[in-house]
Design a protein around this ligand. Structure first.
Ligand SMILES: Cc1ncc(COP(=O)(O)O)c(C=O)c1O
Length: 368
C-alpha cells in the first residue's frame, strides 16, 4: 500500500529539534508524571503486573470516557493507540477502493492521505478565511452526494482554531443524513472551546452514523500516554475491533490507568489548561495590534491558529530562514496545503510565544 509522506510530521521531525522557540506544537504544555500522579490517592498501580491488561481497555477507562458523551455506553467505545490509531482504524473498517470520501481541509493529513492510499476517491473541500474557517453549508450540500460514503471533519479544527457551532453541526448532520453518509469527526481538541461550553456536541451523540475520535493528547495534556478512542454505534465498533485485533492487542496498562486518572480529574486539568490558552490568545491579540504584515482569524478553540502573512515568500523558505536567523519554528502552510499561511501553536507558554512572535515581526520587516 503506497502512501504520501506525512508532510507536517516530516517537517517537525527535521526542523523542530533545532528550534529555541518552537511554536509548532499542538499540545498544551504536557503534564509531568509527578503532576499526574498527584491527582491520584492510591499507589495500587505499583503492585500491578505488567500484563497486556484488559485487551479492549479497562472498564474504569471506558466509564471515564463515556462521561464525555451524553449518549454512549461502554459497548460504543474502543480504546486505541492515540487518535492517530483511531482514525486509521476507522478508515480501515469503513473504506474500500472506489468509495467516495469528502475531506474538509485544512486538516490533519491522515484525513485525506490514508483514504487516498486505500483507493478511495477523495474530494477535498477547502474552508475559507472569509467564512471564519467554517464550512459554507450551501457549498457542502453540493459537494456531498448520494455517492459519498464518508465525510471527515475536525472539530475544533487544527490548524485554524475554528469551532463549528452546535446548530451548524446539526445542519451538517442533516446533509449527511439526506445522503446516508457516515461522518468521522476528529474531536481531539473537544473540551477546548474558548467561549461558551468548552465541549461542543459530539457527532457520535447527535447522529447514528456519527463517529467520534478522541484522545488524551490535547485536551488532557498527555500526548505521551498514547491513548485515544473511538465512540460510535456498536455494529461499527465491532467491525473496527476486527481490525484493531491485528494492530493493537491492547494499549499499555500504564497508559490505560493514567488516562483514567486524568479523565476522572479533568476539571482540574481544564483549569490549568484554560489559563495557558487564554494567556496565549492574549499574547497573540497584543502582538496583532502592532503587526503590519500578519492578520488572522482569532481561534475559537483548540490550540492552533493560522497566520496569513503579507509578503511574497513561499512558506517553507520563510520558515527555514526564520529558524536559521532567529531559532524560531513555525509550521509552513505548504505542509498542509495552505500556502501563504503559517500554523502557530498558541499554548506553548508566554515566554516562547512572545519571543517567537517578535522574531517573526523582525524577520518580516526586513523583507521587501
Ligand atoms: C487533528 C488531529 N488528529 C489526530 C492527532 C493525533 O493525536 P494523538 O496524539 O492522539 O495520536 C493530532 C495530533 O496533532 C491532530 O491534530
Amino acid at each position: 500500500m503506497k502512501i504520501d509522506s506525512f508532510k507536517i510530521e516530516d517537517w517537525m521531525n527535521r526542523y523542530c529539534p533545532e528550534a529555541n522557540y518552537d511554536l509548532t506544537s499542538t499540545c498544551i504544555k504536557p503534564l509531568s508524571v509527578n503532576e499526574l500522579f498527584s491527582l491520584e490517592n492510591s499507589t495500587e498501580i505499583f503492585n500491578t503486573s505488567l500484563t497486556y491488561g484488559d485487551i479492549q481497555g479497562s472498564l474504569r477507562l471506558k466509564i471515564a470516557i463515556k462521561s464525555l458523551y451524553t449518549n454512549q455506553g461502554e459497548e460504543n467505545i474502543t480504546i486505541t493507540h492515540g487518535a492517530i490509531g483511531a482514525n486509521q482504524l476507522v478508515f480501515l473498517a469503513l473504506l474500500e477502493k472506489g468509495d467516495e470520501v469528502v475531506s474538509v481541509l485544512p486538516a490533519y493529513q491522515q484525513h485525506y492521505s490514508i483514504p487516498e492510499s486505500l483507493g478511495a476517491e477523495v474530494k477535498k473541500y477547502f474552508l475559507k478565511e472569509e467564512n471564519n474557517w467554517l464550512p459554507d453549508l450551501k457549498e457542502l450540500e453540493k459537494v456531498i452526494t448520494r455517492k459519498t460514503k464518508l465525510l471527515i471533519l475536525n472539530n475544533p479544527n487544527n490548524p485554524t482554531g475554528a469551532v463549528i457551532p452546535d446548530d451548524m453541526l446539526e445542519k451538517i448532520v442533516e446533509i449527511a443524513k439526506d445522503n446516508n453518509v457516515w461522518i468521522l469527526s476528529d474531536e481531539v481538541y473537544r473540551g477546548l472551546n474558548l467561549c461558551g461550553n468548552p465541549y461542543s456536541k459530539s457527532i457520535a451523540d447527535i447522529y447514528e452514523k456519527g463517529i467520534s475520535v478522541g484522545s488524551m493528547s490535547k485536551t488532557y495534556s498527555l500526548p505521551g500516554l498514547r491513548v485515544g478512542w473511538i465512540a460510535a454505534r456498536e455494529d461499527l465498533i465491532q467491525e473496527i475491533i476486527k481490525h484493531r485485533e491485528y494492530n493493537t492487542i491492547s494499549v499499555s496498562i500504564l497508559d490505560d490507568y493514567f488516562s483514567a486518572v486524568a479523565l476522572e480529574n479533568r476539571d482540574k486539568i481544564a483549569v490549568r489548561n484554560f489559563e495557558i490558552m487564554h494567556e496565549g490568545v492574549n499574547v497573540l491579540k497584543e502582538w496583532l495590534k502592532s503587526e503590519l504584515y500578519v492578520n488572522c482569524v482569532l481561534p475559537q478553540g483548540g490550540t492552533t491558529v493560522l497566520l496569513k502573512y503579507k509578503k511574497d515568500i513561499p512558506s517553507k523558505i520563510l520558515c527555514r530562514e526564520l529558524l536559521q536567523i532567529t531559532g524560531t519554528a513555525f509550521l509552513p502552510g505548504e505542509t498542509f496545503e495552505m500556502e501563504g499561511y503559517l500554523r502557530m501553536g498558541f499554548c506553548v507558554g508566554k515566554e516562547i510565544l512572545t519571543a517567537g512572535l517578535s522574531n517573526l515581526s523582525e524577520y518580516l520587516r526586513t523583507k521587501v
